[in-house]
Design a protein around this ligand. Structure first.
Ligand code: S6P
Length: 634
């Protein structure tokens, strides 16, 4: 495979995982462990989470959160502007999903600590494709900068006091976010008194920001993400500019470009650390910068320890040996036989599963029904509101938007077979006995259908200085062990280390995210959905994925960029003429709906097939592209 100098680290192939598709399930877990280590240990010569400039930027952002939270709470007393959010996160795909989850969490947490029984709306978010994209990825929405600006105006409304915007784009590439950043920058230029904090969070150095012009850009056609981020950087150097750039490098993703993995984790770590530090400062009334940075450092260290314990301090009950890889193996077997991988959880552990599942469609082309998360309370649990009107409206969008325990019981259980794998997720401190009992009930019903079941239990006792939820009774783990049947598995992760972790279940959620990322990634890799560490069944559904597809074809088939693009276009237009004057936007709208666009293009580029029809036929018999190419080369 040809390697090229990275123009973007998040789009670079990680040399650690080049052979992830040909190692054992244990090997896959070890490779992912190494790749995740880069999040803390750093990558090459770039700055990591622990470097001074990065810690300083997280600290600065946290203090902006604190100011916004204080002003909101002041207004809450007088019931002024209580529906105007003061901190808005924004992102596309995983960045949007993770920040949605964080915003809901932080409001709930503020309610608990400072709300005095009142509902809090201090944090909010925009996500490309709207909240429907939480369930059903709409990758093309990422390219729409105009919509980004509209969503931004809507979320902030007329409120023009202290506010903070955090645009999150792992690759420093999403036009949706670029539009919002640019809009806020222009406002600042026109109104120098504007006190809005503009923040950009991403995981590339600024010189690697995307330089491709953004189609349909509303102002100047030559604008790129890089030109916006360069301007942001220049302005950030001006005293009192209120511009904060948080961009540690966490290393290339283990599956190339799959920023749902390290990118999503780093997003969560940074936002959780910012919010937690703000709350700690408020609770302790500590304003000493040195002390606060010290706490921040310890928090990141505790996330690192959580990473370490997740991979290496686990106990697997129900099997003679093995760890996470045993569950990976079972999940892979299920996907290989067209079975399903289903997650069941309450509250935040349910949401973490739900997010992991929803990313398998854009990443691997897996149907939404094949890898899916069910959450007790469905939308109400995600919105953290009972009987919410918006939750009801989302349900009305169709079956894909229904994912409560009742939906699972009524619609899914009767369809389960021995090929399906069901994973129950529990975070200690995140659920009550009644909720656990609901999970036991579903477990009993699932068992009757002869499915393979696993429980993941994150034990996080005695780690929190300021607990949000009362801890579960001590015997929860025993309760789960008692109901465990036959060959079913219980994976216990021990996170019981003492450290400065206020208010959130952030470490445990990160730990669960890591495990589920490993299970879903490992299962798809073992099913043959990657070529080396490249996902090759991706949907060509936005500009970034169009260009990533060309890179994949070029690198794997050893052809130049133009030849690779030609093969991609032949695959998209199925060997028909390309409409005259068609631009990338048109190629994407045609290609997004077609299955196996990249695998077919790969067979054309590597000369394993002459025509698109031949390639489709061959892939029907042998879906593993690497095998087809290897057979041809024998
Ligand atoms: C990645 C995921 C994508 C990205 C989205 C936004 O695994 O499938 O949906 O999250 O493309 O990327 P970025 O770089 O703007 O955060």
């Amino acid at each position: 495979m040809k390697t090229t100098k990275p123009s973007s680290i998040t789009e670079t192939s990680n040399s650690l995982t080049n052979n992830i598709d040909i190692v054992s399930p244990e090997g896959i877990v070890r490779l992912l462990r190494q790749s995740d280590a880069q999040l803390f240990s750093g990558y090459e010569h770039y700055e990591s989470l622990y470097d001074e400039r990065v810690l300083e930027s997280i600290y600065q952002l946290s203090m902006r959160f604190l100011t916004c939270m204080n002003e909101y709470l002041k207004d809450l007393e007088t019931k002024k502007n209580i529906h105007s959010p003061r901190v808005v996160f924004s992102g596309c795909g995983t960045s949007g999903r993770v920040s949605f989850f964080c915003a809901q969490n932080y409001n709930e947490c503020m309610e608990y600590h400072f709300g005095k029984g009142k509902k809090i709306h201090c944090f909010s978010q925009t996500i490309s494709g709207s909240e429907s994209a939480l369930v059903k990825p709409i990758e093309s929405a990422e390219d729409n900068s105009t919509q980004g600006i509209q969503d931004l105006k809507q979320v902030f409304g007329d409120y023009n006091h202290t506010k903070t915007f955090v645009g999150i784009t792992c690759g420093l590439s999403a036009p949706y976010v670029a539009g919002q950043l640019d809009e806020l920058l222009q406002q600042k230029k026109q109104h120098p008194e504007d006190k809005t904090t503009i923040s950009l969070v991403g995981f590339n150095p600024l010189e690697c920001a995307r330089v491709v012009p953004m189609e349909n850009w509303h102002r100047n056609p030559s604008v790129t993400f890089k030109s916006v981020s360069d301007e942001l950087f220049a302005q950030s150097q001006v005293d009192g500019s209120n511009i904060i750039i948080v961009n540690p490098v966490v290393g290339p993703e283990p599956i190339t470009g799959s920023t749902r993995m390290k990118g999503g984790s780093a997003t969560k770590i940074i936002l959780d650390a910012c919010f937690s530090l703000a709350v700690m400062s408020k609770i302790t009334t500590c304003t000493d910068r040195k002390q606060l940075i010290e706490w921040l450092f310890h928090m990141i260290q505790s996330f690192e320890l959580s990473y370490r314990n997740t991979y290496d301090r686990t106990e697997l009950i129900g099997a003679k040996n093995g760890g996470i890889s045993t569950i990976v193996q079972r999940a892979a077997k299920s996907l290989q036989s067209n079975g399903r991988l289903l997650y069941i959880g309450c509250n935040n552990s349910g949401a973490v599963g739900f997010i992991d599942a929803s990313e398998c469609l854009p990443t691997y082309g897996t149907p939404l029904s094949q890898v899916r998360g069910y959450v007790d309370g469905g939308w109400d649990a995600l919105y953290k509101e009972e009987n919410s009107k918006r939750g009801q409206e989302m349900r009305e969008k169709g079956n894909e938007f229904k994912f409560t325990f009742e939906d699972f019981e009524n619609d899914v259980i009767k369809t389960l077979t021995g090929s399906d794998v069901v994973v129950f997720t529990v975070i200690e401190g995140d659920l009550e006995l009644e909720e656990l009992n609901k999970m036991f009930k579903l477990y009993g019903l699932v068992r009757e259908r002869m499915c393979s079941c696993s429980w993941i239990y994150i034990s996080a006792s005695s780690y929190s200085l300021y607990d949000v939820n009362p801890m579960l009774p001590d015997n929860f783990r025993e309760d789960i062990t008692k109901v465990l049947k036959d060959e079913d598995l219980l994976l216990v992760v021990n996170l019981s280390f003492s450290s400065v972790v206020p208010v959130l279940n952030g470490y445990a959620e990160y730990s669960l995210k890591l495990i589920l990322n490993v299970i879903s990634t490992g299962a798809h890799v073992l099913k043959g959905m990657t070529f080396g560490n490249r996902m090759i069944n991706l949907r060509v559904s936005n500009d970034k994925l169009y260009r990533r597809s060309i890179d994949i074809i070029r690198d794997i088939s050893n052809v130049d960029y133009d030849a690779a693009e030609q093969c991609l276009l032949r695959s998209i237009y199925q060997d028909q003429d390309i409409p005259t004057g068609a631009g990338i936007g048109q190629h994407i709208s045609r290609g997004a709906g077609i299955d196996k666009v990249v695998p077919v293009a790969l067979l054309l580029a590597s000369k394993a097939c002459e025509t698109v029809d031949d390639a489709v036929q061959i892939l029907y018999q042998q879906p593993v592209v690497r095998s087809v190419i290897m057979n041809k080369n024998k």
